[in-house]
Design a protein around this ligand. Structure first.
Ligand SMILES: NC(=O)c1ccc[n+]([C@@H]2O[C@H](COP(=O)([O-])OP(=O)(O)OC[C@H]3O[C@@H](n4cnc5c(N)ncnc54)[C@H](O)[C@@H]3O)[C@@H](O)[C@H]2O)c1
Length: 339
């Protein structure tokens, strides 16, 4: 990389996705600082330079600076990647308001979720907490398991920003031969695609765990996509975005992959385990659980039918039997495929 293209990049969140993105940014020539909020975990990461509980056999590049000091991590940073679970994004953004964030920095949200209490997407939270960064906001999403990105397995994602120049800047800064980045202006669609698919991934896992078969699981994905884009359209997204990387692409990988925690969680539930028990056994966030709560509220508010997501919510939180949920889905009034 030419010295003039070298950026100071702050990665906020040193979980599996933060580490994978940190290594990626470093390997393409940027100067990376990785922030971990937990001081004990930060110290351990600094000493061991790996986090096998969330990302096995991946070493954090020696030149990445690991810190527990948020101010130090964002000092002079031109790109700030937000890579914490969605339910803590607001608290991290609030901390940024108290810190020395550079006014021309671009915030790139890499989390996938909707805030349950307010039903806000991350861009809307940025608008509330750091309004001057609204035009300097982008979201990065798509089929990108950290385990594969960290091994430089070819991956394609999409970056959306309402500002074309900001979108191009992020695209050109993070694109590489194994991490191909497409560009979009549809922030609403890209954010919703990445968030809503996690609920459908839980449904796919339930199918696997309960032994429903390939036909059932294959039916789930396009019908899941239909309800995702129905809500998206109501909220102002371009329905075509859901046919792209952050919609269909991410849905396919999350419903099929052994790396998907949401699919795994669903599989355990499908086998008859209780949600609390499954969550206890997981070290990493499964965003689909919280997102199912948000989706039920959001779809009710917007008066949009999302039958699969509602059934996932009932299975997770109301102890509904997966067989009963499937029966109710199939007993719905028959209708045209596209409505
Ligand atoms: N892992 C992936 O493959 C992947 C891919 C694409 C998107 N994502 C999304 O990225 C986000 C992060 O996922 P992850 O897999 O890295 O999660 P993770 O559970 O591996 O790590 C989360 C990180 O957030 C930190 N954290 C937890 N609570 C915090 C708080 N209160 N304040 C500040 N930091 C806190 C943790 O210490 C850790 O560093 C999620 O929204 C996820 O959906 C993950």
């Amino acid at each position: 990389m030419h010295e003039s293209n070298r950026l100071k990049v702050a990665i906020l969140g040193a979980g599996s996705w933060g580490i994978a993105l940190g290594n990626h940014c470093q390997s393409i020539g940027h100067d990376v600082r990785l922030w971990e909020f937990d001081p004990v975990a930060a110290r351990r990461l600094e000493q061991q330079r790996e986090r096998p509980q969330v990302l096995k056999n991946i070493r954090i590049h020696d030149s990445i600076n690991i810190t527990n000091d948020l101010n130090a991590s964002i000092k002079n940073a031109e790109l700030i990647l937000l890579v914490v679970p969605s339910h803590v994004c607001r608290s991290v953004l609030k901390q940024l308001t108290q810190s020395q964030i550079q006014s021309n920095a671009v915030i790139v949200n890499c989390a996938k979720g909707i805030e349950i209490e307010t039903l806000k997407r991350i861009s809307e939270i940025v608008e509330q907490e750091l309004p001057s960064f609204t035009p300097r906001y982008a979201v990065l999403s798509g089929p990108s398991h950290a385990e594969e990105v960290a091994r430089e397995i070819p991956t394609a994602v999409v970056v959306a920003s309402t500002d074309e120049l900001v979108g191009r800047f992020v695209q050109q800064s993070l694109n590489s031969f194994h991490f191909r980045i497409y560009r979009s202006r549809d922030v609403v669609g890209v954010e919703l695609g990445g968030s809503l698919k996690n609920v459908i991934a839980i449904a796919a896992g339930i199918c696997d765990g309960a032994g429903f078969g390939d036909n059932t699981k294959a039916a789930l994905q396009p019908r899941g996509l239909a309800e995702m884009s129905r809500l998206g359209q109501k909220l102002g997204a371009n329905p075509l975005t859901f046919a792209g990387l952050s919609g269909m692409g991410d849905l396919i990988v999350t419903c099929m992959s052994r790396h998907s925690r949401n699919r795994y969680l669903g599989e355990e539930i499908g086998k008859g385990k209780k949600l609390a028990h499954v969550l206890e056994s997981m070290t990493m966030v499964a965003e689909g659980v919280r997102t199912s709560q948000a989706v039920v509220k959001l779809a009710s508010r917007e008066d949009v039918e999302m039958p699969i997501s509602f059934q996932v919510f009932d299975i997770l939180f109301k102890d509904k039997e997966p067989k009963q949920a499937l029966h109710e889905l199939f007993a719905r009034e028959v209708k045209p495929e596209i409505w």
